[in-house]
Design a protein around this ligand. Structure first.
Ligand SMILES: Cc1cc2nc3c(=O)[nH]c(=O)nc-3n(C[C@H](O)[C@H](O)[C@H](O)COP(=O)(O)OP(=O)(O)OC[C@H]3O[C@@H](n4cnc5c(N)ncnc54)[C@H](O)[C@@H]3O)c2cc1C
Length: 399
């Protein structure tokens, strides 16, 4: 039986581990934390991410937990519209999911076949290009035909494969939370979803629906994500929340209500980071098999497009398709190289789009803001449209 080691049980690692196991691989999943846990907020899944999950056989689980994202356009902090939505006929809408719900669905997708080892921190790759691929842990060596490095932006395995790629700050920090409806009862549901852009600040909110509304298992609530230029804050969560309330004071509804309804324990802060340059390859044939980079380990990017997890699912679906019939030896090594050929141009294009978007979204200073506001109404729909079209333009390779 073909064997795979997946390093990292984030969304990318969970998705690929389950899908490989379902197509007949014996999979070992190694996670350094003592249990598999999600960030506990929410994710937007664009049509490409949804299609990837469907290709991985997880579409049914998604239907039960996803809420359609109503797009209400972009406003300035004074309430003036910068971009008003012009829905296109037949346009596919993104969905928003609670990360706990998504994790539950991905863990259910692991089935009985995946051996899960938590509390195991992988230290590196066994350095011998003619042997079977293998990773080293504090407890020994784990060999397999295929090693999947899904160990996130700060990947332990990547430096040996792509030493020039380093994680750098994108120049901003982000805070996220899911607020239960009962803490913001005065907010009418139609006012929840939207985006507001200020000078170096951005606030996006979306409804996750009532508990159980999308399907029997959804958790529900209101998701928001606030972005501010600068580094992440070292203060305790209660102080961070006070800062957020100060920075976003006077912004239009629902910002004030949502920040007032948020408790310090709800707050999840992230330093926004990206990989520069992207690794020259995502697939490294090794002996009779190979090592691949997947998800943020391969192409960490800022969250402005909401595409990081979607691309991780695309990676997983592509990898599963190319290795489906590949047996260890030249065919598996070729499949590993094919994975990189398929994934790299796609993710390079998406990273480029995310940087263009960052330049628009993070504009600061009076002149830059004036230019942004003057042009956003004309450029941004085009930019947003081209981003959406680029993101949408993906389908799983035939297996
Ligand atoms: C504010 C914000 C908002 C976002 N919103 C969206 C969105 O709306 N839509 C979207 O698609 N994406 C979004 N993203 C991006 C998305 O969260 C990431 O791209 C995605 O979570 C990456 O998943 P991953 O599995 O590749 O990595 P991770 O989630 O980082 O998982 C890596 C796993 O590997 C484990 N690990 C690390 N090192 C080791 C080791 N040495 N040994 C064993 N295990 C190890 C870690 O513990 C972790 O469990 C957002 C990101 C941010 C910061």
């Amino acid at each position: 039986m073909r064997t795979a080691v997946v390093v990292g049980a984030g969304v990318g690692g969970l998705a690929v581990a389950g899908a490989l196991a379902r197509s007949g691989w014996r999979v070992t999943l190694l996670e350094r934390q003592d249990r598999i846990r999600s960030a506990g907020t929410a994710l937007v899944l664009w049509p490409n991410g949804i299609r990837a999950l469907q290709a991985l056989g997880l579409g049914g689980g998604l239907d039960a937990i996803a809420t359609g994202l109503a797009y209400h356009g972009v406003r300035r902090p004074d309430g003036q519209w910068l971009v008003q939505p012009r829905p296109q006929a037949g346009e596919r809408v993104p969905v928003v999911v609670h990360q706990e719900d998504l994790h539950d669905a991905l863990i259910a997708g692991l089935g009985e076949q995946v051996e899960i080892r938590t509390g195991v921190a992988v230290r590196g790759l066994r350095p011998a290009s003619t042997d079977r691929p293998a990773v080293t842990t504090g407890r020994g060596v784990v060999e397999a035909d295929l090693v999947v490095a899904a160990d996130g932006a700060q990947s332990t395995l990547r430096p040996a494969l792509a030493p020039a790629s380093t994680v750098v700050s994108s120049g901003c920090a982000a805070w996220r939370a899911v607020v239960p409806w009962y803490r913001a009862p005065q907010l009418p549901p139609e006012r929840i979803s939207g985006e507001i852009l200020g000078a170096g600040y951005r606030f996006v909110s979306a409804s996750l629906g009532e508990r159980g509304s999308a399907g029997g298992s959804s958790r529900g609530g209101i998701y928001w994500v606030a972005t501010a230029a600068g580094a992440s804050r070292p203060e305790p969560p209660a102080t961070q929340l006070t800062l957020l309330r100060r920075w976003f004071a006077g912004w239009p509804s629902p910002v004030g209500e949502l920040l007032a309804a948020t408790e310090p324990a709800d707050l999840v802060q992230a330093e926004v980071r990206e990989l520069r340059p992207l690794p020259p390859s995502y697939g490294f044939p090794t002996g009779p098999g190979g090592v691949v980079l997947l998800g943020d380990a391969a192409h960490a990017m800022s969250h402005h497009l909401g595409q990081g997890a979607c691309l991780a699912f695309e990676d997983a679906a592509t990898l599963c398709a190319v290795v489906r019939d590949a047996v260890p030896g030249p065919r598996l090594a070729d499949a590993v190289a094919a994975y990189s050929r398929l994934r790299r141009p796609r993710t390079v294009a998406m990273v480029r789009q995310s940087r263009r978007m960052a330049a628009v979204l993070q504009a600061r200073g009076r002149l830059a803001l004036r230019a942004r506001d003057a042009t956003l109404g004309t450029i941004s729909p085009r930019l947003l449209g081209s981003v959406a079209a680029t993101a949408d333009r993906w389908s799983p390779p035939p297996s």
